[in-house]
Write a protein that binds this ligand. Structure first.
Ligand SMILES: *Cc1c(COP(=O)(O)O)cnc(C)c1O
Length: 395
């Protein structure tokens, strides 16, 4: 037998973390890494945050799981919290981002179909998007590398270029149910949707009675300096998927919707065994307690401005390596002159700095939102040393 017990779907590297301390990871052999990947925008409170630990420990000792056959005071409380803090009137809890997007896709289709309009099922999505790895969510992405081996895809998705409003307009037909878009593309390379594009989609959705669905799985939950990115982009969606940061490391996601958008999601239309269980709700509540306040958000924005300013200055020293800095808040991308993987590996293996490669030659910087000046200084020490010693050809 040559297959490994862990199904070999991930190209895992040699870093083997066994412990986390705030913004650092410690591996089996005791090496400390500065974590500017944060579980890919998940560990927004860093590692071993006392409030999150206490909430999970206390809930685990009180009531971990009951089925959705019973009333959920814990779910009602977190749903109310999200409703109060966002555009939404109602929330469905999931265990992951892909499930949250699945719920959003079903909600958008049901909006039309509950009234008998079965012809409107298609979502217009955008090139280089990432929405997850289930059949529906890979079908929603134009990226062929995720499709290979899994045909047939789910019908009902049409892809146009990101930030191409005219393309989106032209793709609308009698079968269109809505748009599904990341306001800031993550895996696609930290590409921020322009206000003109996103507001244009909103106008098109209003004009044609379409659902505007935002996938804020990566950019949501204080990452960009507002609780959700849509707030600063001047656009309000009808439906939104959130996950990653919302559990701070505990598996949790949610599909948020307005009352109107959720009109098809009545009794018995959707479900999840684990979704919204008391343990997950405790984690989500602890994260909201920490991040959903103006003080925390203002601090994220201030840190983001400092980090970005220093990055802009820094890349000027290495014009042959770096093209530009982009992103929103603490969701930053270093667009490189070539592919970013080699540099990511160099920073990781030589300087114990963890970052994430993304599409469009971009290196993603997704620090925990709780980074302080010391971590920022450590980051620039490592980044500078890494850039000075990096030889692109050597990989
Ligand atoms: C990570 C991600 C997903 C999928 O989330 P999972 O929890 O891995 O299922 C969906 N959309 C976006 C934008 C993401 O970044």
């Amino acid at each position: 037998m040559t297959i490994t017990p862990l199904m070999p779907v991930y190209p895992r590297c040699g870093v083997r973390p066994v412990k986390g301390e705030n913004c650092h990871l410690i591996t089996e052999d005791g090496t400390r890494y500065l974590d500017f990947a944060a579980g890919i925008a998940v560990n927004l409170l860093g590692h071993s945050h006392p409030g999150l630990i206490a909430a999970i420990q206390q809930q685990a000792a009180t009531l971990m799981h009951v089925s959705n056959l019973y009333g959920s005071p814990q779910g009602e409380a977190l749903a109310q919290r999200l409703v109060d803090a966002t555009f939404a009137d109602t929330v469905f809890f999931t265990n992951s981002g892909a499930e949250a997007v699945e719920a959003a896709i079903k909600t958008a289709r049901a909006y039309h179909q509950v009234n008998g309009d079965t012809t409107r099922y298609e979502l217009i999505t955008f090139n280089n998007a990432f929405h997850g790895r289930t059949m529906a969510t890979i079908s929603a992405s134009s990226q062929e590398k995720m499709h290979k081996g899994f045909a047939p895809l789910l019908p009902g998705f049409r892809y146009v270029d990101f930030n191409d409003l005219e393309g989106a307009r032209a793709a609308i037909g009698p079968q269109t149910a809505g748009f599904l878009v990341e306001p800031v593309q993550g895996e696609g390379g930290i590409r921020v949707g322009t206000a003109e594009f996103l507001q244009g989609l909103r106008a098109l959705a209003d004009e044609h009675d379409l659902m505007l669905v935002f996938d804020e799985v990566q950019c949501g939950v204080a990452r960009t300096g507002t609780l959700y990115a849509y707030e600063q982009l001047g656009v309000v969606p009808d439906i939104m998927a959130t996950a990653k940061g919302i559990g701070g490391g505990f598996p949790l996601g949610a599909c948020l919707a307005t009352e109107k958008a959720a009109r098809g999601m009545g009794l018995g239309t959707h479900g999840s065994t684990y979704g919204g269980n008391p343990l997950a709700m405790a984690a989500g509540m602890a994260v909201m307690d920490a991040v959903a306040n103006e003080e925390f958000l203002a601090d994220v924005r201030a840190k983001a401005e400092r980090l970005r300013g220093r990055l802009e200055q820094f890349i000027g020293n290495y014009p042959e390596l770096f093209d530009s800095v982009r992103g929103l808040g603490l969701m930053l991308g270093l667009k490189m002159k070539g592919e970013p993987r080699g540099f990511m590996v160099h920073l990781r293996d030589k300087y114990q700095l963890l970052t994430v490669a993304a599409g469009d030659n971009t290196l993603r910087l997704l620090p925990p939102l709780v980074i302080g000046d010391a971590e920022m200084d450590e980051f620039f020490d490592k980044l500078s040393a890494g850039a000075a010693s990096y030889k692109p050809d050597a990989g």
